[in-house]
Design a protein around this ligand. Structure first.
Ligand code: C2O
Ligand code: CU
Ligand code: CU
Length: 431
């Protein structure tokens, strides 16, 4: 923390050898380490300065996914960091508690860089949620769960993954850089911050052996914690859930087969037919520490606003084969111009036979409807990435950050990373 109160972080993108697999070291990339990166933590109102050093053999960028911030610090393809160079992003956190993340966002090589291990969580806190009784002891009762998939060779090195219509699909799940991890639970209530950091795989999370309560979606907490049986996350999506255990009890976070509303062959290619044990929760024989319970939670977030009655602007986003509104990403073309403070409604119409999702930078949104129906439970909070099922239009009300800049664009795109790299992306400026 600097004398003026700015929170300073330093991230070095580097190559390394990680200990993921028992058979031997895995050459991989990470931030400040060999695989993935530290969880950054800041609170609403904080000024943050992040110094990024690139010690990789190629150009990279670091994008702060879920953050509202000035476009010049967004970390997209317009802010490349050459090997050996440093880049500094600095802004004031203008949004409430959420589980955001960071990852490379280079033009055309994002999937390859994320695959080598470049990703980390960016946790935002706020006062309301801190006083609400939600678990906030990082690594004790507040647990990051970064889920990705890879395939391995017999010597523990990464093997080429299967390439499907959605990108690279691995046969093994890695959680926070570990295979089949167990978390030792020492308190009654555990908060899991789930991130789907995969290129192509969709997860359908359930907890076997204990009830699960949804407390947050990507871009914010829910005013009303909701008991829930399962949460589906497409690439880039997050959720926060609470699991309450008795001393001595165990439970298993799993991803189980599910329907994405697709043909069977498509569903398999999206990884929707697989089953994985993701994280075992094993409670100690007695608990210490604060006695938090779901029943004892106070107010954790502001009430969600109702759907806009009269949006200032309505935009339509037609998704087809690797295109949005008939175009692929062009660095020099601005596709949409947003007025700062405008309350916008976007209609996402996936006219392709494959599933896609849509992520919008510098924004959070609420899902109004999916094919005319209300959103499912786990889509009923602030989000920044939403699943767009084939043939079923998704309507969202979007709230952008407060920065304006006519020069630097932000992006909106499909977060299946192969589609991202193939240019299923557009640019907007906020003026
Ligand atoms: Cu997580 Cu534009 O990306
Ligand atoms: Cu983003
Ligand atoms: Cu896509």
């Amino acid at each position: 923390i600097a004398h003026d109160g700015t929170r300073i972080f330093s991230l070095t993108a580097q190559t390394g050898q990680s200990r993921i697999h028992p058979a031997g070291p895995t050459p991989s990339w990470g931030y400040n380490g060999a695989f993935a990166g530290p969880s950054l933590r800041a609170a609403e109102g904080d000024r943050v300065r992040i110094v990024v050093r690139n010690e990789l053999p190629e150009t990279t960028t670091v994008h702060w996914h879920g953050l509202k911030l000035p476009a010049q610090y967004d970390g997209g393809p317009h802010q490349p960091i050459a090997p050996g160079e440093e880049w500094i992003a600095e802004w004031e956190i203008e949004q409430p508690a959420a589980t955001c993340w960071y990852h490379p966002h280079t033009h055309g090589t994002t999937e390859a860089q994320v695959t080598r291990g470049l990703m980390g969580l960016f946790i935002l806190q706020d006062e309301l949620s801190e006083w609400s009784g939600l678990p906030i002891d990082y690594g004790v009762d507040d647990v990051p769960v970064l889920v990705t998939d890879r395939s391995f060779n017999a010597d523990g090195t990464f093997a080429a993954r299967e390439r499907t219509a959605f990108g690279l699909l691995g046969d093994t799940v890695i959680v926070n850089g570990a295979l089949s991890p167990t978390f030792e639970v020492t308190r009654a209530l555990t908060r899991l911050r789930l991130l789907n950091g995969s290129s192509a795989r969709t997860y359908h999370f359930v907890v076997q052996g204990a009830p699960m309560t949804l407390v947050g979606t990507e871009a914010g907490l829910l005013p009303d914690p909701t008991p829930i049986n399962s949460v589906t996350l497409t690439p880039g999506e997050r959720a926060e859930v609470l699991v309450e255990l008795e001393p001595g009890q165990t439970a298993m976070l799993q991803s189980v087969p599910h329907s994405l509303g697709l043909l069977q062959s498509t569903s398999r290619a999206a990884g929707a037919e697989d089953r994985f044990d993701v994280l075992e929760l094993r409670a100690a024989s007695s608990f210490a520490g604060p006695d938090l319970t779901i029943a004892g939670l106070g107010m954790i977030a502001q009430v969600l606003p109702p759907p806009l009655e009269a949006p200032d602007v309505t935009r339509s986003m037609v998704l087809t084969n690797n295109q949005i509104n008939g175009a692929t990403m062009e660095m020099s073309r601005v596709d949409q111009v947003v007025t700062v403070g405008a309350r916008e409604r976007w209609v996402i119409d996936n006219q392709h036979h494959l599933p896609h999702n849509l992520h919008i930078h510098n924004a959070r949104f609420l899902v109004v409807s999916v094919d005319g129906e209300p959103p499912r439970d786990y889509e009923r909070g602030w989000k920044d990435t939403v699943y767009a099922p084939p043939g079923r239009p998704v309507i969202i009300d979007v709230e952008f950050g407060r920065s304006a800049d006519p020069e630097w664009p932000y992006m909106f795109h499909c977060h299946w990373l192969m589609h991202h790299d193939m240019g299923m992306m557009g640019q907007f400026v906020v003026i």
